[in-house]
Design a protein around this ligand. Structure first.
Ligand SMILES: Nc1nc2c(ncn2[C@@H]2O[C@H](COP(=O)(O)OP(=O)(O)OP(=O)(O)O)[C@@H](O)[C@H]2O)c(=O)[nH]1
Ligand SMILES: [Mg+2]
Length: 410
């Protein structure tokens, strides 16, 4: 209640604050709100909460309360105002101490032993503050139907956030934002902000008209950006003219730094694909576009050739005016399975079968997909030593992340 009183009074972002308070209610009070109290009662309880003279050990609450308030307010100036707001409840010395503790939010100094119980939440605040100041990198993904866009997005994130299926699936634009650390939660914002979204909630909201989701991205590369990945509906003008219109509109009007164009390696050069490629070539600056050659796990060693497919795509793209196209071979599906396993997620029986099959298949040199990128990995000794990195090198994801994020291994 004290938190609710303080946050509501000082927040400059009421929608976010309300959703955060609901989260706290769920955690602290099993969802029941004390809002039926009168204003006087609230004031009395607030005073008790902040300064309970009878039980001195409770003074920790005061600090915890103010750091929680800070986490919700997320703004240095506003946090300072809220601190000032509790001055009247405290002695000069108590207030000076509180100010001293709260200053730790805004520095990188080591936290004194006396405040060690505040450390985890102060670190949360600091991590969020650093993240919020990073420049944003916006990545739009486009392709024909079922090329594997959503699977690729999930593989970048490291968990199944957007819907994937063999039938036309993504029906709206989905904005996926990276959070500063893994807290095991996905947040969605449609008309209301849901900070505890389940995968079902996400899917429902997506089906109902696209949405914004915030979640932690598990990357192998140190990114120097906040990320926003935009998943779009697959283009097929005959089957889904609405989807095509929506995606073309996004290609022209959406704000993005990089475009990923996903090609299905097992179905190259279809009329539909050539039509969409031509549209992209004519409407998107060429240097923004990265081509992904996906589903290479379906190649058979004796019948198909990764090298030949890359050469064929290069030739098609050169004819469209891309002089030196950036072509990234990958298996989005294997990459996703790898990250899931790495994080200790349980794979289904089918996924486990696929995983084991891929692990064997990608051991062959032809399937070391990262070796087709123009990056040297000779500095990264760990790739040969850590099985997850070695497999991610083979699935293509490791060097694909380098292409996208431009950093070094974590
Ligand atoms: N074998 C294999 N299958 C893949 C890969 N990537 C995606 N798929 C499968 O291809 C099908 C379509 O994948 P999605 O990720 O839904 O494709 P999409 O491009 O988002 O589809 P739309 O949104 O409908 O256009 C699903 O059954 C995926 O499991 C891959 O790398 N390898
Ligand atoms: Mg999709």
């Amino acid at each position: 209640m004290a938190l609710e009183t303080l946050v509501s009074k000082y927040t400059t972002n009421p929608m976010f604050a309300k959703a955060r308070l609901e989260q706290y209610l769920t955690f602290l009070c099993a969802g029941s709100s004390p809002s039926s109290l009168s204003e006087e009662e609230v004031e009395k309880n607030l005073r008790l909460m902040i300064n309970d003279r009878l039980r001195p050990w409770r003074k920790r609450y005061r600090y915890l309360l103010m750091v929680d308030t800070a986490l919700i307010l997320c703004n240095e100036e506003v946090i300072k105002q809220a601190n000032k707001g509790v001055e009247a409840y405290l002695s000069a010395k108590q207030f000076a101490n509180l100010v001293k503790a709260m200053k730790m939010l805004f520095t990188t100094d080591q936290i004194d032993a006396e405040w060690s119980y505040l450390e985890p939440i102060i670190q949360q605040y600091r991590t969020n503050a650093v993240h919020a100041k990073l420049p944003e990198l916006r990545i739009l993904i486009t392709a024909n139907m079922s090329a594997g866009k959503s699977t690729l997005v999930n593989a970048l994130i490291g968990k199944p956030i957007t819907r994937t299926s063999q039938e036309a699936c993504t029906a709206n634009l989905n904005y996926l934002y990276s959070k500063s650390f893994e807290d095991g939660r996905a947040h969605t914002s449609k008309s209301i902000l849901n900070l505890n979204a389940s995968y079902d909630d996400i899917n429902e909201a997506e089906a109902a008209g696209g949405q914004h989701v915030a979640t932690y991205f598990t990357t192998m590369i140190q990114t120097q950006h906040r990320l926003c990945v935009i998943d779009t509906p697959g283009v097929n003008s005959a089957m889904n003219p609405e989807h095509t219109k929506l995606t073309r509109n996004a290609l022209v009007h959406e704000k993005y730094d990089k475009l990923i164009y996903v090609l299905n390696a097992s179905q190259l050069g279809t009329d539909e694909d050539m039509r969409h490629l031509r549209y992209v070539a004519n409407n998107v600056p060429k240097e923004k576009t990265i081509f992904v050659l996906n589903k290479l796990d379906s190649f058979k060693a004796m019948e198909d050739s990764v090298v030949e497919s890359i050469m064929r795509v290069r030739k098609d793209l050169q004819e469209l005016g891309y002089h030196n196209p950036n072509i990234c071979p990958i298996s989005a599906y294997f990459s996703l399975l790898l990250k899931l396993r790495q994080q200790g997620e349980n794979l289904t029986e089918d996924e486990l079968d696929d995983y084991e099959r891929f692990e064997k298949k990608f051991a062959k040199e032809e399937f070391h997909l990262s070796s087709y990128y123009s990056y040297s990995n000779s500095q990264d000794k760990r790739i040969d030593e850590v099985p997850f990195l070695q497999n991610s090198y083979r699935s293509g994801m490791l060097n694909f992340e380098k292409v996208l994020y431009g950093g070094v291994l974590k």
